[in-house]
Design a protein around this ligand. Structure first.
Ligand code: DUC
Ligand code: ZN
Ligand code: ZN
Length: 488
């Protein structure tokens, strides 16, 4: 047997199920062995005292994405994935965003070109369907599925993105046919528009009014409707960015009834609250995202939902807009809350912030940290066991953490293009000091060692065999379930 290319010796290895000390032998970009006393290697790294986790999988981030308003977000694939790498994330799933009238095939090709040029970490895409007209679903979707695209996102709100219930059912049926996961932005559009008008009419225009303009009950209704539509078609869905206790409770109940529903929340809903938007002037715009930041009690409920498995992933929902006329202030220096681009940066700090909260401060612990930020997203989106774990045969995507290092977050992050971070001034304990992608060291001590283009596309098969929990059919059998609702 030829020697290992690299042995990482004596680190504390954390997977979603175990924490143990061992050596990791790497050959040809993959983990070849996890065992004691591995020796025959061209290079050996001493990792004693460090914690080793799988590279993070961020299953929801917006990169070089054109919004329906025509605004381009602040990051390119180069800047976003550099920031991902520095924070220990080695796989991202951004979006290929169709807008009304566009060809889905052309959109996906365009995002492929951009990612091939710029990506520093590995990637797949969720296809956003804003215009699921028959030729898109019947003619364009099947070849895209065959070329490795296995998930979609739809919006139940946003003026130029939202689809109605009938269109949603068409998408769910097409997804079922091809075995795709359907991710949903689930908020009630009419409530958001109506509340926005009421607030504006009363002169409530400051950033903080973004919060009541997305009423909590609107999230509850959106999630409930998404689950009901999915149940009619018998199609699994993932509810993105759950922000409220009540929203999580809807998913909890539905899963208890055997519904095929999964849920994620995001770093910001766990670590920030709507109080951030109360800052004077326009400053609160930095914290505008949708759904909005909520209350401390929601944070507690979301942690609980993660603990018991109601929610399975923590993503960044990285959606960077600068505080200038290219981003948050594109509609003028003093925009109303309705005119401010939604989203905040988060790719780089997702893992360090969560390591601090979950490992250093002890909330849910190391294995749950790995599960929520790497293993479960990899499983749910068809990337496991290549990604998301430390085991023979998996890609050697590894993060070496110094658990005792404390870092105070500076005003602006080092690599993304947002120009600010919502977490400035916080001190976190535990820091990713070395990051490996397929056995190559891409970050050492804050220095990026990989070039744009190093990231690879990760084709995924349709089908839900890899989903970790819940009542999923391993294979698509249209005769088995579909139509039961129509017959009864
Ligand atoms: N909300 C979204 O739905 N997407 C991007 C960012 C945001 O705030
Ligand atoms: Zn969304
Ligand atoms: Zn998003």
């Amino acid at each position: 047997m030829k020697p290992f290319d690299l042995v990482i010796r004596g680190g504390t290895i954390a997977t979603a199920t175990d924490v143990f000390v061992a050596d990791i032998g790497i050959r040809d970009g993959q983990i070849a062995s996890v065992a004691a006393d591995l020796n025959d290697a061209r290079e050996i790294i001493d990792a004693r005292g460090l914690i080793i986790t799988p590279g993070g999988v961020d299953p929801h981030c917006h990169i070089e994405q054109l919004a329906a308003t025509g605004l381009m977000n602040a990051d390119t694939f180069e800047t976003a994935t550099a920031s991902a790498a520095l924070g220990g994330t080695t796989t991202v799933i951004p979006f290929a965003a169709q807008h009304v009238g566009m060809s889905l095939r052309a959109v996906v090709e365009d995002y492929h070109r951009r990612a091939e040029r710029g990506a520093i970490v590995d990637y797949a895409f969720h296809m956003i369907l804003a215009d699921p007209r028959p030729e898109v679903l019947k003619d364009e979707l099947p070849p895209l599925v065959r070329s490795g695209h296995a998930s979609l996102k739809v919006f139940l709100t946003y003026d130029r993105l939202k689809i109605d219930d009938e269109q949603f059912l068409d998408v769910l049926e097409a997804a079922r046919t091809h075995g795709l996961m359907v991710c949903v932005h689930a908020e009630n559009h009419g409530m958001i528009r109506w509340m926005g008008k009421q607030l504006m009419a009363r002169g409530y225009t400051a950033p903080r009014y973004h919060v009541p303009s997305h009423p909590r009950i609107g999230e509850v209704e959106g999630i409930h409707r998404a689950i009901a539509c999915a149940a009619l078609i018998d199609q699994p869905i993932m509810v993105f960015h759950v922000s409220t206790a009540e929203g999580a409770a809807v998913i909890h109940r539905a899963r208890g009834e055997g519904r095929k529903v999964w849920g994620e929340t995001c770093t910001q809903y766990l670590l920030l609250t709507c109080a951030e938007l109360d800052r004077p002037g326009i400053e609160g715009a930095k914290w505008i995202c949708s759904p909005p930041l909520r209350e401390p009690s929601d944070q507690e409920a979301l942690w609980w939902a993660l603990e018991v498995g109601t929610l399975q992933c923590i993503s960044s929902d990285h959606a960077p807009y600068r505080m200038d006329d290219t981003g948050k202030l594109a509609r003028g220096p003093k925009p109303s809350f309705k005119e401010i681009a939604n989203g905040m940066p988060g790719l780089e700090l997702r893992l360090p912030l969560l390591f601090d909260a979950m490992v250093s401060k002890g909330r849910l612990g190391l294995s749950k940290f790995v599960e929520l930020t790497a293993t479960a997203p990899a499983k749910i989106y068809g990337l496991h066991p290549k990604k998301g774990t430390i085991a023979p045969g998996s890609d050697a995507d590894l993060v070496l953490w110094d658990p005792s290092r404390s870092v105070t977050i500076p005003d602006a992050p080092r690599r993304d293009n947002a120009g600010y971070t919502p977490y400035a001034g916080r001190t976190v304990r535990g820091w990713p000091v070395r990051v490996f992608l397929r056995g190559h060291e891409i970050v050492r001590e804050g220095e990026l060692r990989a070039a744009p283009g190093a990231g690879r596309f990760l084709p995924r098969r349709g089908g839900w065999a890899a989903v970790p929990t819940g009542r999923l059919e391993p294979e698509l059998d249209p005769a088995r379930n579909f139509g039961a609702n129509l017959r009864s």
